[in-house]
Design a protein around this ligand. Sequence first.
Ligand SMILES: [Zn+2]
Ligand SMILES: [Zn+2]
Length: 261
Amino acid sequence: MPRYRADLHVHSCLSPCADIDVSPRTLARRAASLGLDMLALTDHNSCANGPAHQDCCRQERIVPVFGMELTTLEEVHCLCLFEDLDGALDFQNLVYSGLSRFPVDENFYYPQLLVNSQEEILDQVYFLLTPASALDISTALSEVHQRGGIFVPAHIDKPRDSLFSQLGFLPTDPFDAVEITLPPDESTKRIRRGKLPFVANSDCHILEDLAQRYTEFEAEHCSFGELKKALAIARARGNDQLPQPPTNWVAGVWGFPSRKT
Ligand SMILES: [Zn+2]
Ligand SMILES: [Zn+2]
């Protein structure tokens, strides 16, 4: 069966902590040149650059995935991924409705830019997108699944903004996978006991980091539905039965960054 490469955690100039020149167009072009088959745009608490992402991915013949890196009520970062733009924007409405309206302090953050596929600036989001939303993890997961999406706690092995840093344990919610940034070690072994698939992604905030980590999955063809199926198969099989990396992580993971993200 063919294998496909996806980077499912990528920020654009809409994120206040991402480089201002990381546009959907530059991301899609670089993703194509690096051989990615699928690219998700996951700005903090927002999918608003999704229309440009859709156009640019289509131009580059890459499968677009729409979503966001949600900050939950517990301040845990979670990837919320959707097959289509409408589902993502519907979820965004829910997130925005409970988001505090802190102004963006441009001494600390970049402006949060909405752009089109030609890199023209259409508008800015003037309230800070990174704070905790009103959705707790379980509610967010349920809302994502109701919209047919994939829910993945992000960078669980990081010492901040992660499941383990905020909660200290792995909830029993039916996560589709968990994202790691380094090969599994002692601290992530308990995830194996939780039998959740691992994925890895670049979490790129600057263009050079794109695809420095990525997720590889086997499928009949490259689509969101096939990615979902690959993760479900991996969950059912259980991580305990997987060989150690690098020969096969479920949705296998290759290439680690030379710089810390
Ligand atoms: Zn994060
Ligand atoms: Zn991120």
